[in-house]
Design a protein around this ligand. Structure first.
Ligand SMILES: [Zn+2]
Length: 262
């Protein structure tokens, strides 16, 4: 990573809509690009299939999932992070045909957060001792190990055919794909600044604000809000796909030999 620009706290950090007004005039805001999921998949590109905010709904009424090489789930696969929800999601992942499935947690998947206090869990009807008993019965040590079919990222990265994917839980972004009820932005200004000024990824895939579903671009980074569920928690939005050219020296066969334990 080059050019480590220090990201200062924006003076309008508490008012993301106002901050976005100021940021927007200095940058492009392009709708799309959209790749038609029926476009043939080629050997020189990885087809990524993006989803988020499935909240336990796609397991019950499976969506028509488009063909692809790698699935990216950008968080909120459960409603409350309960053990049975995670089990159901993991077996759904096992049934999907993608060669690699990359998953991060969202704020709903609260049991994936090791630091969450007992008090917080109990307010959601989840007891830490129940979790411990469950994990013991499965012979595993942490909730994330329940995602046996996924590459689980938590402030960590994985290289897939030479393409680096960094996953971080909990956040949503101000400005691109974060318009919630009443046309207000509800993302994080500093995250947007970090993405645009420091990290500068080619693609930024996220969810959380269901109403912000869709693809936009600032002319460099493509922002994908992949929320499958709408505001009423109905799984109505189709997955979003994009192709990424495989860097020289790599090929698709590497997908078959990926180690899932990171
Ligand atoms: Zn959600």
């Amino acid at each position: 990573m080059s050019g480590k620009e220090k990201i200062e706290i924006d003076e309008d950090t508490e008012m993301p809509s106002r901050a976005w007004e100021g940021i927007r005039v200095h940058q492009q805001y392009i709708k799309g690009p959209h790749l038609d999921p029926s476009t043939p998949i080629t050997e020189d590109k990885i087809r990524f299939v993006c989803i988020s905010d499935t909240h336990g709904k796609i397991e019950r009424s499976p969506l028509c999932m488009p063909p692809g090489d790698v699935l990216l789930h950008a968080g909120d696969f459960t409603m409350r992070g309960q053990m049975k929800e995670i089990e159901k999601f993991d077996s759904y992942l096992g049934y999907l045909p993608y060669k690699v499935k990359v998953v991060i947690a969202g704020n709903h998947d609260l049991t994936l957060d090791d630091d969450l206090s007992q008090l917080n869990m109990e307010s959601f009807g989840i007891s830490k001792s129940d979790i411990k008993t469950h994990l013991k019965s499965k012979g595993i040590k942490s909730v994330k190990q329940m995602l046996s079919h996924a590459v689980y990222l938590q402030d960590s990265s994985v290289s897939i055919c030479g393409i680096k994917i960094y996953g971080s839980p909990w956040f949503c972004l101000s400005g691109h794909g974060d318009i919630s009820g009443g046309d207000n932005n509800s993302g994080c200004v500093e995250l947007l600044n970090t993405v645009q000024k420091r990290v500068k990824p080619k693609y930024h895939v996220f969810g959380h604000i269901h109403e912000g579903y869709g693809v936009t671009s600032d002319g460099y980074t493509v922002f994908i809000n992949a929320s499958i569920c709408n505001k009423k928690y109905q799984a109505t939005n189709p997955p979003i796909v994009f192709d990424y050219a495989i860097p020289e020296g790599h090929n698709k066969e590497e997908l078959l030999y990926m180690d899932k334990d990171f």
